[in-house]
Design a binder for this molecule. Structure first.
Ligand code: AP5
Ligand code: MG
Length: 221
């Protein structure tokens, strides 16, 4: 089964996708992470991507579709993907449907995480990402602890788009372009609402229960 993790910036999609990978035989595909990897290449394309991300705007559907095709066509990922932060508009949602059909796969559920705007801002402004191992922490809610984090604290950085101005733009884009896709998935009967205000492990437990009910064969333990 392929799963979509849906929700506003900072709600905890990446955190929960990482937890799902630990608990199930699934792979995380974060379009945000793929784009940040592209930026490191320092090409014309990467400069275009960087400019969009830093403004909090969506990168073009063509760029995203090219990245997704590369993943969906790989045997290793067949029906085992967690899409984190994709699709982000109706065009991407329809294009994903065509692609999963083409590669003989299926979207089994869309997990819609939600929280209030104030918590979103606090979570984003408190986020710390390790430039070395990629783990994500939070100054306020999930500080790095010795047993979970082995790299030096100097590697913990703030993402360039995690500032007040860009957050406002990201939330605007989410409301205008991304949120309307929910009706598309509700009509397909695959939408699950999840209260993202709770603690990380509580949200994780609910997600695990949903996935477990859809296919126990995916469990690692
Ligand atoms: P992307 O990287 O996907 O960013 P986003 O959607 O804005 O989401 P975030 O990564 O900010 O938040 P998250 O929900 O993953 O939260 P996290 O788990 O880190 O995209 C970045 C940009 O790339 C976009 O703006 C766009 O420009 C471009 N882009 C990406 N995909 C695209 C696409 N498909 N099409 C076009 N453009 C695209 O958690 C946040 C913080 O809160 C962390 O510090 C975490 O530790 C903490 N936290 C998590 N859960 C909890 C909890 N339950 N309680 C307390 N703290 C928590
Ligand atoms: Mg993320």
């Amino acid at each position: 089964m392929n799963i979509i993790l849906f929700g506003p910036p900072g709600v905890g999609k990446g955190t929960q996708a990482d937890n799902m990978v630990k608990n199930f035989n699934l792979y995380k595909i974060s379009t945000g992470d793929l784009l940040r990897n592209e930026i490191k290449k320092n090409t014309n394309l990467s400069r275009k991507i960087k400019s969009k991300i830093n403004q909090g705007l969506l990168v073009s559907d063509k760029i995203i579709s090219d990245l997704i095709v590369k993943i969906l066509s790989k045997k290793k990922y067949f029906n085992r993907l967690i899409f984190d932060g994709y699709p982000r508009n109706l065009n991407q949602a329809k294009s994903l449907d065509l692609l999963v059909k083409k590669y003989n796969q299926k979207i089994s559920c869309v997990l819609n995480l939600n929280i209030d705007k104030e918590s979103i801002i606090k979570r984003i402004l408190g986020r710390l990402v390790c430039a070395k191992c990629g783990l994500t922490f939070n100054k306020y809610f999930n500080p790095p602890q010795k047993k979970k984090y082995v790299c030096n604290l100097k590697y913990l950085k703030t993402r360039l788009d995690d500032n007040k101005i860009t957050i406002k733009n990201r939330l605007g884009v989410y409301t205008k372009k991304t949120l309307p896709i929910l009706d598309y998935y509700a009509d397909q009967g695959i939408l699950y609402k999840i209260d993202g205000r709770r603690k990380i492990n509580q949200v994780c437990r609910e997600i695990c229960d949903i996935i477990g009910s859809l296919g126990t064969w995916l469990c690692k333990l």
